[in-house]
Design a binder for this molecule. Sequence first.
Ligand code: SLL
Length: 217
Amino acid sequence: MKAGKRMKGVVISKPIMYGNISTELLSKKTDHTHKWTVFLRGPNNQDISYFIHKVEFKLHDTFVNNNRVFKAPPYEVTETGWGEFEIITKIFFPPASGEKPISLYHMLKLYPPEGQAQPWPKGKPVNNFFYDELIFSEPTEEFFEMLTKGASGPEIPLKVSGQQIFSLGSEAAECKRLESAVAQVTDQYNDYKERSKTAEIEIAKLRQEIAALEHAR
Ligand code: SLL
């Protein structure tokens, strides 16, 4: 194995999940209104540390020591505070990978989504989770070894359960929804095309009639 040699044509993708969970503090001793946790983990809660060197969470300047660094999992910060802000999660890969760090931008959500039909139950956590995939294109041979040998068990759960909300099942359901939306839009488009063709024929006919009438004047 030659150090730093990249593998032509090889692409490896690793699923991740990131986001935050927040609960309102019921007894407010300070101006802090919520307790929250921001995290980076595998969608199946599987270990992802075998291809990660460290993770930094950059919090708002109002927090003491606002750059939180983790060299091992769990990659998460739990805090209390009073406001929503953007958190930058910077993922660093092992030096042998030659990969640049990747930054994720996440808006910390404390409050439930607007326009809820029901009032939000007191103490119910607010979740704001995202699924994404880290794509490694032409990894070095060393990093390829790490990426492929370190995985343990399935990376995406089969079914939704608890906090594992992104699953192969929900992906398939989403694909079906998108396919049926595409079919619906295609039908509508064909219908409009047909109607516009009929209208054009009608216009041409009327033009001819006008021309004949003008000619006869
Ligand atoms: C806002 N633009 O005004 C945002 C900033 C900052 C939140 C939110 C600090 C907590 C502490 C904290 O919650 N900052 O003092 O430890 O809503």
